[in-house]
Design a protein around this ligand. Structure first.
Ligand code: SF4
Ligand code: SF4
Length: 394
């Protein structure tokens, strides 16, 4: 069957989506997608469309996440949960290399065979933005992380255009959503129980063809209507309108944010937020772009086997800044400042982009509801340093 052209649109019903999942699994891929588990929509192994969180909506706010059932909700009307692509491309813990001692001589052990290539369903605009950022960290700047590269280059992405936002979303402020523009193999927009599917790559076209879907194109008018779905949501987010009874989404003024944060290392807000922050690391664990890790050698009890393990690290851990036996950031205030200033300012110098996509996870999953948009707004509102500098140069 001839694959459909890139950027063509096709209607899929639930059985067609199942055929896509079957085609991906049939070529040996591990298919990951959203499903309800432990009271949240998580990303997990997906075999059937029946496992999708159809009829579930999430309500999110600072320090709060709730699921509720709504018969009118589609399969992708939930927003992002605690997991992201990071959990699969840069796992929380992995063995980089192992060594064994035989007859007193250490040998490097053969690497484990590569894991099955991944296909991930339900990837949002903010997730694709986070992936572009992680690509710069792990593949750019003249350094290639082989563990990341081997998973990334075989990744198949089925993206979703959001038609609903929650109160913690601010992707419209960072320019990362809610529309998915590029970087996907297939992109779905849910409309009246069906999925309008845009082909985004040759791989996407091939898989659609394998699934037997080439002959249900959208008319030009239908494609135009479908394209408007995420853009209408973006307009409502910019207008900060509440949608479907959900509190209005947050927003962030990103104007001059690098200079604002770099100019305010002594701002009293850092001490204020430190009185609330638990240094629990949740925000960095759920953030789809945080990439810090520590590496340590772990031996078994015989002492004849060693694994070199990489584990996620966090700005909020005391050990993360340990140098010469002492942490250089011994206070919560200095650790929060490091996280926020690096993510929203230092990354721009380092990687040419902000480290924040506006996904809102750090706000939802902070146990005390600390909100990056509120903290930055508070610094901006009482910023004497940058204002004085701008006035002096004008
Ligand atoms: S800093 Fe917060 S809102 Fe920004 S990408 Fe990370 S988790 Fe999402
Ligand atoms: S900001 Fe919130 S999530 Fe992050 S370390 Fe502090 S208490 Fe934990």
């Amino acid at each position: 069957m001839q694959p459909p052209p890139i950027h063509s649109w096709h209607w899929l019903d639930a059985s067609d989506l199942q055929a896509v999942i079957d085609a991906l699994r049939g070529e040996g891929r591990r298919v990951i997608g959203p499903k309800v588990a432990d009271g949240a929509v998580i990303l997990g192994d997906l075999v059937s469309v029946a496992e999708l969180p159809t009829g579930w909506l999430d309500e999110q706010d600072g320090g709060s996440y709730r699921l509720r059932q709504d018969p009118a909700a589609g399969s992708f009307d939930h927003v992002v949960g605690p997991h992201s692509l990071k959990n699969f491309l840069f796992p929380a813990r992995e063995t980089l290399v192992s060594f064994a001692r035989e007859d007193g001589v250490w040998h490097e052990q053969a690497a484990a065979p590569p894991a099955a290539p991944l296909a991930v369903l339900g990837v949002r605009g903010c997730d694709l933005a986070a992936l572009r950022i992680q690509d710069r960290v792990f593949l750019g700047n003249g350094f290639v992380d082989e563990a990341y590269r081997s998973r990334r280059e075989r990744l198949f992405l089925v993206a979703v255009n959001c038609r609903r936002a929650v109160a913690t979303c601010f992707c419209h402020s960072t320019g990362c959503g809610p529309a998915v523009e590029a970087g996907f193999d297939l992109a779905l927009t849910e409309v009246d129980g069906r999925f309008a599917c845009e082909v985004g790559s040759e791989e996407g076209a091939r898989v659609l063809s394998e699934a037997g879907i080439v002959d249900a194109p959208l008319s030009t008018d239908e494609a135009e209507t479908v394209r408007r779905v995420p853009h209408d949501l973006a307009s409502r987010m910019h207008a900060r309108q509440a949608t479907d009874g959900v509190p209005r989404p947050r927003s962030l003024d990103t104007h001059g944010i690098r200079d604002l944060l770099m100019a305010n290392p002594e701002h009293p807000r850092w001490d204020d937020v430190a009185t609330r922050c638990l240094s629990c690391t949740n925000c960095t664990l759920v953030c789809p772009t945080c990439f810090c890790a520590s590496v340590q050698e772990v031996t078994d009890l015989t002492g004849d086997h060693v694994d070199r393990e990489r584990q996620w690290a966090s700005c909020f851990s005391l050990d993360h800044s340990r140098m010469h036996g002492q942490p250089t950031r011994s206070t919560t205030s200095s650790r929060y400042r490091q996280w926020l200033t690096h993510k929203f300012a230092g990354w721009i110098d380092q990687f040419g982009t902000s480290g924040c996509t506006g996904c809102g996870r750090c706000i939802t999953w902070c146990p005390v509801g600390i909100d990056v948009t509120e903290e930055i707004a508070a610094i901006r509102a009482t910023d004497g340093v940058t204002v004085a500098r701008e006035e002096a140069s004008s």
